[in-house]
Design a protein around this ligand. Sequence first.
Ligand SMILES: *Cc1c(COP(=O)(O)O)cnc(C)c1O
Length: 255
Amino acid sequence: MEELITDRTSAILPVHVYGNICNVEEIQRIADRYGLKVIYDAAHAFGVKRKGKGIASYGDVSCFSFHATKVFNTIEGGAACFHDSNLGRKLYRLKNFGIRNDEVVDGIGANAKMNEFCAAMGLCNLRHIKEKIRERELIVRRYRELLDDIPGIQMNLENKDIESNYSYFPIVVHEKEFGSTRNEVAAALQADNIVPRKYFYPLTNGFECYHGKYDQNETPVALYISKRVLTLPLYPDLPLEEVDRICGIIKECQR
Ligand SMILES: *Cc1c(COP(=O)(O)O)cnc(C)c1O
């Protein structure tokens, strides 16, 4: 990160991907040393705590997604959490047509408000979020139990400082040790009507629309993982017997 900072850099935008929390202390240290803002993509991290503190306590701004596919959803929508109340006022005006008060419009804004229907949906879902996260936890524990110790199947490390939201269950399939590739595992699951996701694949910097602009080889770790990652089905109503079936199919791919 530090090597990439130039005199044109103004902020660091780290992603708490899959709800895994970035090295927030080290990132803040770098930001302070170079006078940079830190804006977290916390889309995956709703409800996550680190050492007992809410995850939006870190950085200048944390942006959450409340899209229908996320742990907590309002159908569409999101939230930006911030420390500086001046920045908060600016964000408020940006989302609300630049309106300061009844008679003054002193900024250029947009209509980025959450609509009432989505807000109502969010309030309903918020009542159940703790129990939904608990149900996800039981599913993740079952996956971990069944996929533990399979050569070539890598799972996220558990971190005792982090209270997780169990938002995703990604595995990385190292084909040399496992004997089958990620694509073969995905195809075997699909053949049995199970829909895993190659999430995130392809890499953003490999999208056709950025052709010639970025080089995927400049992010070799992300490139390696994007070709091997598979996020397995995970939602509160997923029966544990289904988890057993999914893990059984994965094990059958072992060579
Ligand atoms: C979902 C997601 C977003 C985008 O969220 P929207 O609510 O669609 O704007 C951004 N970053 C990550 C990592 C996501 O998973």
